[in-house]
Write a protein that binds this ligand. Structure first.
Ligand code: ZN
Length: 232
């Protein structure tokens, strides 16, 4: 095993290496974890057994485990720009398959966030690069709900509403995914949740009711905080 790095023994790194500080932070973090829980890392080496599969945005302000105060090993995470769940995406499908069939998670959490740059980009200029192609489904969603969005008073309100509508749409896609439908057909307990995170106050809120069986009602636009719910 390679020795851990910190600023005192990182001579092999080029001067001015911009990630040297991360090794120091990593060392302090590992020490702190070991001090508060001497068996912490030994337990993790064995097997991960998370109950949750988090599908969130890649935005650096929305760190999955940190905002729900979970430790490593407690949540399986997949992130991409604008928290999309396309059945055609092999990366997402592989993560979903592993979460459901190997880890046997009980909850799939689709988590959007207000102020999402991906959602904002989908409403503005159309580009032909990889980001533009990735966000094509969001542009379609924007067009589908143009009446609702145009009725709102300003652009930030339209962006926020599209963030919520996108979460609902992604929840629907997860519920229609063959992996999820097979799990339900097999009688597995599996719930799909649509949540949204507000960077401004650090709180998660529900966007729609959870779905735990095929054809279950999914009421749109719930807004209650989920801090007192039982999923987390
Ligand atoms: Zn985002």
């Amino acid at each position: 095993m390679v020795a851990p790095l910190h600023s005192d023994n990182s001579a092999s790194l080029a001067d001015g290496d911009s990630i040297a500080d991360l090794f120091d932070r990593n060392l302090e973090w590992a020490r702190g974890k070991t001090q508060s829980d001497p068996d912490f890392f030994a337990r993790l080496v064995g097997q991960q057994s998370p109950r949750y599969f988090w599908v969130g945005c890649s935005d650096s302000r929305v760190p999955a485990t940190e905002i729900v105060d979970l430790d490593p090993g407690e949540m399986f995470v997949h992130r991409n720009i604008a928290n999309l769940t396309p059945v055609s995406d092999i990366n997402f499908n592989a993560a979903l398959l592993f979460a459901i069939n190997v880890l046997r998670v009980r909850h799939v959490l689709v988590v959007g966030h207000y102020g999402c740059g991906g959602i904002r980009a989908a409403r503005s200029a159309v580009s032909n690069d990889a980001i533009g192609a990735w966000l094509t489904p969001v542009r379609a969603l924007c067009w589908q709900h143009r009446g609702i969005l145009h009725a709102l008073p300003n652009e930030p309100a339209r962006d926020d509403r599209l963030c919520e509508l996108n979460v609902v749409h992604q929840v629907d896609q997860v519920c229609a995914n063959p992996l999820v439908r097979q799990a339900w057909q097999d009688g597995r307990e599996l719930s799909v949740h649509g949540l949204i995170y507000a960077i401004g106050d650090g709180l998660l809120r529900r966007v729609c009711n959870p779905v735990s069986r095929p054809g279950a009602a999914r009421a749109d636009s719930c807004s209650e905080d989920v801090n007192d719910e039982h999923i987390l």
